[in-house]
Design a protein around this ligand. Structure first.
Ligand code: ADP
Length: 485
């Protein structure tokens, strides 16, 4: 149980075509609080049949929704945003209980997540077309934008709120309908948002939430069903590739936000205190469980020791605990599997010569709690240099020249976020251009906002979320050639 001010926000049923439903055989999935292991509730274990039904309902609802004016769609979204903000404390508590991040961070995510709804409510009315000078005297050319239709969305557990709004809000703004499968670890945030969408006046069938354990079956139907015209996914690169292959048969539009392996570079002219502050955010926010988390920290030789000492001091001050308790700044990892991966990266690095500067082991609180860790003398031969750790481990690499660090930073199949600290203006510009990443943070460790395009290059994905560009992924372009004038 979660004790909310508004109890109706805690929904333990899936949401299909405007109805709160159970599985026909009554099957459920239990959801656990990662801080305590306690079962906080259950959701229906649905599968292919319910996914098909949701898609069919979405197809019908989408036609009417697309026929409304953009202003009418914007008004519903704006109302939804207002309700999210009015209920932000309850939404944050649900989020902390199912995912583990501290309440203050959960509140931040709810505000960030709601920001996408506000932004796309505004953008809904700015889906502009184009006119083109005619190519023949009796012809006129124009381009209009239309919704792609039914959208399927699959989201991960690390941002149970914001990963949903950044897909659903632009889709609805554009005039699409959505069938969403949230991560089975964190379905309650999605269901609470659906409850608020109903209160905001969103017509039935436009937002469907299919909960279920068998992600491959639900995802398989989403990919195979010809009614679904677009799939949007945030999650691991491996699953993203499977979905991309599966979507080939029906040639769906795709947006993929996949893994990262973000470099965080500290040059010798950097403001070191600011760089430490940025590294704390870029590495330890969400306990290291974000796809834009700094995964490799490169420090120039002249400032390496000073930076290592300052960072180690800051990391030693992190307060680990249950996210609902006051003063806790870092919660547990999502599950035991995450602990195994973090431990494996640390033991691989130390076996090859890395030094533990602080942390390095499971936390005394037990469960999936882990000590915030700094590793020194990390080299490119270690697994942590190539794989996303998704946990609270800051590995420090030493470098000498700009060319060397750029080559190392770009030596990965990923290309999502990157960060660096420097003050020399020409170096700032050169490095920002040389980093092969979709996003670059210069002298900041926090780059995510609903007003800037978020997304990666290389194997980190396709498309952009947020910003003016975020709605384009949910629109088709149609050129109209008008003759006989
Ligand atoms: P993570 O390691 O963050 O859990 P995943 O890529 O495994 O990353 O999960 C992200 C989302 O993708 C979750 O909602 C999960 O249920 C879903 N998922 C996992 N495997 C598949 C699959 N084969 N087809 C469709 N969705 C999947």
């Amino acid at each position: 149980m979660i004790h909310l001010q508004d109890k109706a926000l805690f929904r333990q049923r899936a949401f299909l075509n405007g109805d709160w439903v159970e599985a026909s055989d009554g099957a459920v999935i239990a959801v656990h609080d990662p801080a305590t292991g306690e079962e906080i509730g259950t959701v229906p274990d649905l599968g292919v049949a319910e996914t098909k039904a949701a898609i069919a309902a979405a197809e019908i609802a989408q036609k009417n929704w697309a026929a409304r004016t953009a202003g009418e769609r914007a008004a519903v979204l704006r109302h939804w945003y207002d309700l999210m903000m009015a209920h932000r404390e309850d939404l944050a508590l649900i989020l902390t209980r199912e995912m583990g991040k501290p309440l203050a961070e959960a509140l931040g995510e709810v505000t960030y997540g709601a920001g996408f709804i506000q932004w796309f409510a505004e953008e809904a009315r700015r889906v502009y077309g184009e006119t083109i000078p005619g190519h023949q005297p009796d012809k006129r050319l124009m381009v209009i934008k239309q919704p792609v239709g039914v959208v399927a969305a699959i989201t991960p557990w690390n941002f149970p709120n914001a990963m949903i709004t950044r897909k659903v809000a632009p889709a609805l703004a554009a005039g699409c309908a959505v069938v969403l499968k949230p991560a089975s670890e964190t379905p309650f945030s999605a269901l609470a948002m659906a409850e608020l969408a109903v209160r905001a006046g969103l017509p039935k069938g436009l937002l469907n939430i299919v909960t279920g354990r068998d992600a491959a079956a639900i995802g398989g139907e989403m990919c195979a069903n010809p009614t679904v015209r677009k799939l949007t996914f945030t999650g691991s690169t491996g699953v993203g590739k499977i979905l991309m292959r599966q979507c080939a048969d029906t040639v769906k539009k795709l947006s993929l936000e996949l893994g990262g392996n973000a470099p965080f570079i500290v040059f010798d002219d950097a403001d070191l205190d600011a760089a430490v502050e940025g590294a704390m955010i870029a590495k330890f926010r969400n306990n290291g469980q974000t796809c834009v988390c700094a995964n490799r920290i490169y420090v120039q030789d002249g400032v390496y020791d000073a930076f290592a000492e300052k960072l180690t001091r800051a990391v030693s001050g992190i307060k680990v605990g249950n996210g609902v308790q006051d003063g806790v700044t870092t919660g547990p990892l999502i599950d035991a599997r995450a602990v195994v991966k973090v431990s494996a990266h640390i033991s691989d690095a130390t076996s090859k010569g890395a030094r533990v500067l602080t942390g390095g082991a499971r936390h005394e609180l037990g469960g999936s709690f882990f000590q915030p860790t700094v590793l020194g003398d990390v080299t490119r031969e270690m697994a942590i240099a190539r794989e996303e750790t998704f946990g609270p481990v800051a590995p420090l690499f030493r470098f000498n020249t700009v060319d060397d660090v750029i080559a190392q930073a770009n030596d990965t199949e990923f290309g999502l976020a990157s960060y660096f600290y420097a003050r020399d203006l020409s170096r700032v510009w050169q490095v920002a251009e040389a980093l092969e990443y979709g996003m670059v943070g210069v002298n900041t460790g926090l780059i995510s906002t609903e007003v800037a395009p978020f997304g990666g290059i290389k194997q980190s994905g396709l498309g952009r979320e947020g910003a003016r560009q975020g709605v384009e992924d949910y629109l088709e372009m149609k050129s109209i050639c008008l003759g006989g004038i």
